[in-house]
Design a protein around this ligand. Structure first.
Ligand SMILES: Cc1ncc(COP(=O)(O)O)c(C=O)c1O
Length: 367
């Protein structure tokens, strides 16, 4: 049997017919950028996340850059973040001229450790970029308490966590501003690149809206700010509008698949993801940890089960960040996670027989 890590074709089948009809309409009307589908997507996501402002843009990396720019983060500023995440959580900080300051992660959910944030504060610290990694909400209460006490902005990197909630509150509500990605493999994935900025703050929304179109306000070719070009295409927004109604069901299926794995694998020498409190993990990835990772992955590959490593090298050890002066041993929890963790297929369309086969193949390895 073959079990892929994700099956985008199965997901596309759900929306194919209505989407093709609408794409034809967009192409014949030739309103191609920031039109009615972008507005519809912005309204839909804002309502869903429970925030007043949603500003679509070209991708999740730009959403992070626009968030930092809207906050006025600049050269000379420091932004505290996690080294165990996708590259652009940190590169966005450098791209606006500021310095990323890494701190280690928590052992349990591999999210940024609030205790470590305290020890990294300096007079230059202006913000914290937190990541709800793999779809699991961070310890937002502890992080907000630190941010409030020290007057820091909080940016939520929610590229992997649209729909995750902590005690009923949705991601996107835990900081000043949040960045979303619609990369095709995300829980709400598009038919190309896409991103969005979410915020409760009117001032940040106004700035982000201008910054995504070269800093222009209401008047064409009058540039109030130095912005970037990061607009969303109508055909991509349209696909996301078509897919959105399935998001909650897809997230529930991911949670059901993760629950199945957690039950079936609990007696094995694997560190399994924690699911508490309910709804706080939407399993963008189902990540387990074992010292035998590489051998187990090789075994699974031979059995036809695809797996992935997120992430094989923590950001403080990336060659391009060497000049920041970090070294091996600085963040032991993140470093260990990068050596022991890997993701199993958890996508919504996973069939029962495939899940059973994944479990059976893992049990065979440990037997
Ligand atoms: C945690 C995290 N941050 C940022 C991004 C960047 O998003 P994009 O690929 O849409 O630029 C991603 C997605 O790849 C991500 O997983």
């Amino acid at each position: 049997m073959n079990v892929p890590l994700i099956d985008l074709k199965a997901q596309y089948k759900k929306v194919e017919r209505p989407l093709l009809r609408k794409l034809k309409e967009i192409l014949s009307e030739q309103r191609l950028i920031l039109g009615k589908y972008c507005s519809a997507l912005e309204e839909t996501i804002a309502r869903y996340a429970g925030v007043p402002h949603a500003i679509s843009c070209a991708n999740g990396t730009d959403a992070l850059i626009l968030s930092l720019m809207a906050l006025g983060i600049k050269e000379g500023d420091e932004v505290i973040t996690t080294p165990y995440t996708f590259f652009s959580t940190a590169s966005s900080i450098l791209l606006v001229g500021a310095k990323p300051v890494f701190v280690d992660i928590e052992e349990d959910d591999m999210n940024i450790d609030p205790v470590m944030i305290r020890s990294a504060l300096t007079p230059k610290t202006k913000a914290i970029t937190l990541v709800h990694l793999f779809g699991k909400v961070c310890d937002t209460r502890a992080i907000s308490a630190i941010a409030d006490k020290h007057g820091l902005a909080v940016i939520e990197d929610m590229a992997q966590s649209l729909g995750a909630r902590l005690w009923g509150t949705m991601c996107g509500n835990f900081g000043d501003i949040a960045a979303l990605s619609f990369y095709p493999t995300k829980n709400l994935g598009g038919i190309g690149e896409g991103g969005m900025v979410l915020t409760k703050r009117d001032d940040l929304a106004e700035r982000a809206k201008k910054l995504r179109i070269h800093g222009m306000g209401g008047t064409a070719y009058l540039h109030e700010l130095v912005g970037i070009n990061s607009r969303l295409d109508e055909i991509k927004a349209c696909a996301l509008v078509e897919k959105f109604p399935y998001l909650e069901t897809w997230n529930k299926k991911r949670i059901a698949n993760a629950t199945y794995y957690n039950r079936q694998l609990k007696d094995l020498p694997l560190k399994l993801p924690k699911m508490d409190p309910p709804g706080s993990h939407i399993f963008h990835q189902y990540v387990v940890r074992t010292e035998k990772r590489d051998a187990l992955r090789e075994h699974l590959q031979k059995k036809g089960v695809a797996t992935g490593i997120y992430y094989p090298l923590p950001l403080h050890l990336q060659p391009c960040f060497a000049y920041l002066g970090y070294k091996k041993g600085d963040f032991p929890v993140a470093e260990e996670a990068s050596l022991t963790s890997f993701a199993l297929p958890v996508f919504p369309e996973l069939k029962t027989a495939q899940k059973e086969y994944v479990v059976q193949s893992i049990r065979e390895f440990f037997a």
